[in-house]
Design a protein around this ligand. Structure first.
Ligand code: AMP
Length: 400
């Protein structure tokens, strides 16, 4: 048995979960929020209890210090020596990483060189890593990349049709994201719903504030919807998803805004928020759409159509499908969105859905297709942190 820590460091947050492996028991979880502010917040959940402290959190090092203090203070561990590995979620691994690696100086240098592709997260990942390195010297740390699972795509699935010199010189291609989630869902989907299948074809729909789909053949990703960055693919909470590239130039000319300003609008003010004019939270948009708000209804239908389009595309890409999975905030919790999406594809794909079962289903693993459906359809809650913990455990075993 070994205790391992899964860490997700953002620009002003640090989320964590401590696992007992190999059984995957969560010993504690929580986050440090508003890092860099005088009114920082530190939260920890353990053993059915919850603590919340407000205090100055000048940087990630302070957050890590607080977390490690809390572990012994609340008796989650007797000694910090019990922690055998720390796994860090890293959003962008570029062309360098097709699996998790030791988070050392060499990996840090490569992650740093990828900052132009992910200016928001890369510096935070490095800061988080250094903070743990300082606090737990000698404890192995690994980097688990959100892009790694997608590195099995073939050139025709990841290349953009731009001059090849630009692709080569600037590594400008599709990398995808949410790979840790799609990998978890494909493993869980195979284990729980496709036992005995010699070959498996899975369409995995991670639909949350960020959304992406992946086509997975025999456990390997062959296509995914996000692109160079998480801006591509289906429409999201505040992101556009795929756009005709001329929209950028046209709107910059019309509004007099710079490419940078427009890029910010595409990332932070579009998607559900932009179309509905109300909120990036799909619960609000769903409620308003059900009350007849036209813009909210448009947003809801637009999202469902884009997801349905990708399902159709991946059905063809995989030469059929055995399982469609819905996951993340929207996919796990909203029977309304699942119904809208499935209604769009059910006739073409020969799906038979138990809509009565689908509608109230929230946050629970369950099959929602009927036995005579040509493809199984399931809701599976995702667990990216568990996937990170599994890689940590593998790292410990490999070193033993
Ligand atoms: P995630 O990024 O996976 O944490 O998903 C968060 C998002 O899921 C929220 O911003 C909501 O838009 C959405 N969400 C969560 N619960 C529901 C629900 N019951 N109905 C519709 N959308 C939901």
């Amino acid at each position: 048995m070994a205790k391992v820590m899964a860490v997700n460091a953002g620009s002003s947050t640090l989320k964590y979960k401590l696992f007992e492996m190999p059984e995957g028991k969560v010993l504690c979880s929580g986050m440090a929020d508003r890092i860099g502010h005088d009114d920082g917040i530190f939260k920890i959940k353990y053993d059915g209890k919850e603590e919340k402290i407000t205090l100055p959190l000048p940087d990630h090092s302070k957050a890590v210090e607080l977390l490690l203090e809390a572990l012994t203070k609340y008796g989650v561990v007797k000694s910090l020596e019990e922690i055998k590995c720390v796994g860090h979620r890293v959003v962008q691994g570029g062309k360098y990483f097709s699996h998790s690696v030791d988070f050392d100086e060499e990996a840090a240098k490569k992650i740093d060189s990828l900052t132009p592709l992910d200016p928001l997260h890369a510096p935070a990942h490095l800061t988080g890593w250094r903070a743990f390195e300082k606090a737990l010297p000698g404890v192995p740390e690994i980097a688990v990349f959100d892009t790694a699972f997608h590195q099995t795509m073939e050139p025709e699935d990841y290349l953009f049709p731009i001059p090849y010199e630009l692709t080569e010189k600037y590594d400008c291609r599709r990398y995808g994201a949410h790979g840790t989630s799609h990998q978890y869902l494909s493993i869980k989907g195979q284990e729980d719903f496709l036992q005995g299948y010699e070959h498996t074809r899975i369409i995995s729909c991670h639909l949350g504030s960020g959304s992406s789909l992946a086509a997975i053949k025999d456990g390997k990703c062959v296509a995914t919807s996000m692109g160079l960055t998480p801006l591509g693919g289906v429409m999201m909470g505040t992101r556009t998803g795929d756009l005709d590239p001329s929209v950028m130039e046209y709107l910059c000319t019309c509004t007099g805004q710079s490419v940078e300003e427009m890029y910010n609008i595409f990332n932070k003010k579009s998607g559900f928020l932009g179309v509905s004019g109300l909120s990036n939270d799909t619960r609000d948009v769903e409620d308003a759409a059900l009350k007849g708000d036209e813009r909210c209804l448009n947003a809801v239908k637009l999202f469902a159509r884009r997801v349905a389009d990708y399902i159709g595309q991946y059905f063809v890409r995989l030469g059929g499908a055995d399982l469609i999975i819905f996951s993340a905030g929207i996919g796990e919790n909203s029977g309304y969105f699942r119904r809208l999406i499935l209604k769009d594809v059910e006739e073409a794909l020969g799906l038979k859905i138990d809509y009565e079962k689908n509608e109230p289903l929230r946050g629970k693993e369950e099959l929602i297709s009927l036995p005579d459906s040509k493809i199984k359809v399931a809701v599976i809650p995702t667990d990216e942190e568990y996937m990170i913990a599994l890689d940590c455990y593998k790292r410990i075993k490999d070193a033993a």
